[in-house]
Design a protein around this ligand. Structure first.
Ligand SMILES: Cc1cc2nc3c(=O)[nH]c(=O)nc-3n(C[C@H](O)[C@H](O)[C@H](O)COP(=O)(O)OP(=O)(O)OC[C@H]3O[C@@H](n4cnc5c(N)ncnc54)[C@H](O)[C@@H]3O)c2cc1C
Length: 419
C-alpha cells in the first residue's frame, strides 16, 4: 500500500507530493484533470518574494467608501455574496487591523522568505529554467502622490522583513520598460521576486519530476474519498487507491470537501480573471520585462507564453454566480493607456478563485480529530509562490512530527460539524 494520497495537483498538491517523495515515501497524486490546470494555471505567474504581508482590507474611510461605491477596481463585491460569506469576511476585516495584521505578517513573511529557495530546488530538479525570469516585480504608480505614500511602506518592509526594493522615477521606469507609451510617476521595483512564463507549465514540469522519480499520477474524483479502519480510499481511473494517509490539497475545492469530512468550511473565495493579448504585430517584442501592477487600476500585467496576461483584483461573488469580469475589462482599458496591445487571444476571460482563510494564513497540518488526514490549502493570493514551502513543511510534519509553525496548524482554526 502506498504511503499517501495527495488530492489536488495544483502547485500546492504537486509540491506536497514531491516533498513526501523526497522523504522516501510512495505517493499517489490524484486530480480530476491534468496537473496545474486550474488556479495554478491562471495566476499572474509571480513567485513573490516581496509579498511578505498578506493583503488587508483597507480600513481608512476613503478607501472603504470607494469599495462600497464600487469605484475601487481592486475589490468588487456582490451584495448577495456578503451574507453567505459574512463570518469569514468579518474575521478577515478584524485581522486587517494593524496590531493583528502585524502578528499575521510576521508568520507570513517567514513562509514567503523560504519560497524562492524552495522553488529553486524544484526548478533545478525539473529542468524548468527556461520558464523563469529573475527580474523582480513592479508596482507602478501614475501619480507622484501615490508613489510617495508607498515609499515609506516599502522602507518599512525592507527594515522589518529584509525584502529589497529600488525606487524608480518615471525615467528609470521607462528605461526598464521601454515599451511603455506614456510616462508614469514611477514604481517600486521589488528586485528579489521571480516570474514564470507559463505557471501551469511549471506545475506540469514539477509533476513530471515527481513521475520521473517514481510517483504515480492518476485522474480521479477526490470527492469519493472514504475511510476504513486502516486506510483512506479514493476512486480513480486506475481503480480504487487505498493508502495510509490522505492530504487535502484541493485549493478552492477544499471548501466542498471539508463538509464531507465533517468540518465546517472556513474558506472564502476571491475570484480573479485573466485575458491574454498578442504583442503588436511585426514589432518582434515582448513586454513587460517583469510583472507589473498598475496600482491605480489594480491589474497585474505579465509576459507569458500565451501573450500579455492581464490579471484582475478580487471579486467577492457567490460560488455559483456567473462570471462578471468588469474589473478585468476596466483594467484592460487602463493597460491600453500604458502599452500598445495586439488583439485579445481568447474571446472570454479565464476565471478562477483564490482560496482565502479569514486569518490570512494557509491551513497546513494534521486534521483535528481524524487519523492520518492532513490539510494543505487556503493559500489565498500567494499559493503559486508558497506551494513548495508549505508542501515541504507538511511533509516534515507528516514524516518527522515537526510542527514548524503552530499558527498554520488546523487545530483551533477549523471546527467539526455537529453530527
Ligand atoms: C487572478 C489570479 C492571480 C494570481 N496571481 C498569483 C501570483 O502571481 N503569485 C502567486 O503566488 N499566487 C497567485 N495567485 C494565487 C494562486 O494562483 C493560488 O493561491 C494557487 O494557485 C492555489 O494553488 P492550489 O494548488 O491550492 O489550488 P489549484 O491550483 O486550484 O489546485 C487544486 C486542484 O484540485 C483539483 N480538483 C478540484 N476538484 C477535484 C476533485 N473533485 N477531484 C480531484 N481533483 C480535484 C483541481 O483540478 C486542481 O488541479 C493568483 C490567483 C488568481 C485567481
Amino acid at each position: 500500500m502506498a504511503h499517501a494520497l495527495v488530492l489536488g495537483a495544483g502547485m500546492v498538491g504537486v509540491s506536497t507530493a514531491l516533498a513526501l517523495q523526497a522523504h522516501g515515501k510512495d505517493v499517489v497524486l490524484v486530480d480530476k484533470s491534468k496537473p496545474g490546470s486550474e488556479t495554478s494555471y491562471g495566476n499572474a505567474g509571480a513567485i513573490q518574494a516581496e509579498a511578505v504581508e498578506p493583503y488587508p482590507i483597507p480600513l481608512d474611510m476613503a478607501s472603504l467608501l470607494k469599495i462600497v461605491a464600487g469605484s475601487d477596481n481592486a475589490v468588487h463585491y456582490h451584495l448577495n455574496a456578503l451574507l453567505p460569506n459574512f463570518g469569514p469576511l468579518f474575521h478577515y476585516f478584524r485581522n486587517s487591523f494593524p496590531a493583528r495584521h502585524k502578528v499575521i505578517s510576521k508568520q507570513y513573511a517567514r513562509l514567503i522568505g523560504q519560497a524562492i529557495d524552495d522553488h529553486a530546488d524544484l526548478i533545478q530538479g525539473s529542468r524548468s529554467e527556461a520558464l523563469i525570469t529573475r527580474n523582480g516585480m513592479r508596482r507602478a504608480h501614475r501619480s507622484q502622490k501615490s508613489l510617495d505614500v508607498v515609499v515609506a511602506q516599502a522602507e518599512y518592509m525592507q527594515r522589518e522583513y529584509g525584502v529589497l526594493f529600488r525606487i524608480e522615477d518615471g525615467a528609470a521606469l521607462h528605461r526598464a520598460e521601454p515599451e511603455l507609451k506614456t510616462s508614469l510617476a514611477g514604481a517600486i521595483h521589488w528586485t528579489d521576486s521571480w516570474s514564470v512564463s507559463d505557471p501551469g507549465g511549471l506545475v506540469k514540469s514539477y509533476a513530471a519530476l515527481f513521475a520521473e522519480r517514481g510517483g504515480i499520477i492518476v485522474e480521479g474524483d477526490a470527492m469519493t474519498l472514504s475511510k476504513s479502519s486502516s486506510a483512506w480510499t479514493v476512486e480513480t481511473s486506475e481503480g480504487r487507491q487505498s493508502v495510509e494517509h490522505a492530504v487535502i490539497a484541493l485549493g478552492p475545492w477544499a471548501m466542498e470537501m471539508l463538509p464531507r469530512l465533517g468540518y465546517r468550511n472556513p474558506l472564502f473565495l476571491k475570484r480573479g480573471y485573466h485575458l491574454h493579448f498578442a504583442w503588436p504585430k511585426g514589432k518582434n517584442l515582448t513586454f513587460p520585462q517583469a510583472p507589473m501592477m498598475d496600482v491605480a487600476n489594480a491589474v497585474v500585467i505579465s509576459a507569458t507564453e500565451f501573450g500579455v496576461r492581464i490579471c484582475s483584483g478580487a471579486e467577492i461573488a457567490r460560488r455559483d454566480a456567473p462570471p462578471d469580469p468588469r474589473q478585468l475589462y476596466r483594467g484592460i482599458e487602463a493597460v491600453k493607456e500604458l502599452y500598445e496591445l495586439g488583439p485579445a487571444v481568447e474571446s472570454t476571460p479565464w476565471v478562477g478563485n483564490r482560496p482565502c482563510m479569514p486569518d490570512m494564513l494557509p491551513m497546513v497540518g494534521k486534521a483535528p480529530g481524524q487519523k492520518n488526514l492532513w490539510f494543505n490549502f487556503g493559500h489565498g493570493h500567494q499559493g503559486f509562490t508558497l506551494g513548495p514551502t508549505t508542501g515541504r513543511l507538511l511533509a516534515e510534519e507528516m514524516i518527522g512530527g515537526l510542527v514548524p509553525q503552530s499558527a498554520l496548524a488546523p487545530d483551533g482554526r477549523i471546527s467539526r460539524l455537529r453530527k
